[in-house]
Each structure stands twice: as structure tokens, then as C-alpha cells.
Design a protein around this ligand. Structure first.
Ligand code: ZN
Length: 136
């Protein structure tokens, strides 16, 4: 089953989406399997990281800005090559196992939509697949 979500993003941030993803899993009724969270944009991505201390996201954003600064040598006419580089480094999707109808996440883990070129209206998808045990 494929679920579609939309969100409005700020200029640059890691937006928490764990609740939406867990909601898709619950709506699917799938007890055991996996779900893929996918971002169809070229200057945003999806990642899993700590959701307990908000300073972790602040530090990650700082680390990405330092690792991928805007450079005068960039040629892309849109002028957002640093955002494209950050999005590629983060990646477009994550897979999370499902057990007993719940996401198998670590205690401190959360799922984030990573915006590097906002503010924009964005979309992400959650594909929930069963391993078939429900029909045994
Ligand atoms: Zn661009």
C-alpha cells in the first residue's frame, strides 16, 4: 500500500515525520513486514536520527552546511547546488522493519524529512509491504 503525505517546509530543517509513517503502518493493518519512506525531490531527503535532543538536528544542519558550502565554482543555473549535494548525501529513502504493527525503531530514533532548499510544498511517500504472515 502506498500513502502520500504533503508538508510545508522552512528554509532548511529536519522535519519529524515518524507519526505520519507510523500512521500509514497502522492504517495498512500490516503486522509484520517493512515500510519504505521515499522523497521524490532533488534538494530534500529522508533520514533516521536522534529525536530526543533537538540539538542533534541543529548540529547535523551545521555539519551539512560545513561539509557542503555554496561555492562560486558551481555551474548549476538554479544556484542551489549545495542543496543538491546535501540531498544526495542524505539519500532519498529509508527502509524500516515492521513488527507487531509497529515501526522497529531504536529508542532514540526518529524519521526526518530533510529540507535543504525551502521553504517549499513537499511530498513524501510511505510504501508498506507485508511479508505475508498475516495470511497464514
Ligand atoms: Zn537545482
Amino acid at each position: 500500500m502506498l500513502y502520500t503525505y504533503r508538508l510545508k517546509t522552512p528554509a532548511e530543517d529536519f522535519c519529524p515525520i515518524t507519526a505520519q509513517v507510523q500512521g500509514a503502518v497502522a492504517e495498512s493493518g500490516i503486522q509484520e513486514g517493512a515500510c519504505m519512506v521515499y522523497c521524490p525531490h532533488t534538494t530534500a531527503g529522508i533520514t533516521i536520527n536522534e529525536n530526543a535532543d533537538p540539538d542533534v538536528v541543529t548540529d547535523l544542519l551545521l555539519a551539512y552546511r560545513k561539509a557542503f558550502p555554496d561555492r562560486p565554482e558551481f555551474r548549476h543555473i538554479e544556484g542551489n547546488s549545495a542543496a543538491h549535494a546535501k540531498a544526495t548525501a542524505v539519500g532519498s529513502s529509508v527502509w524500516i522493519p515492521i513488527k507487531n504493527g509497529r515501526l522497529v525503531l531504536g529508542t532514540w530514533q526518529g524519521i526526518y524529512f530533510c529540507e535543504f532548499d525551502g521553504p517549499r510544498s513537499r511530498t513524501f511517500y510511505v510504501s508498506v509491504v507485508s511479508n505475508g504472515r498475516e495470511i497464514e
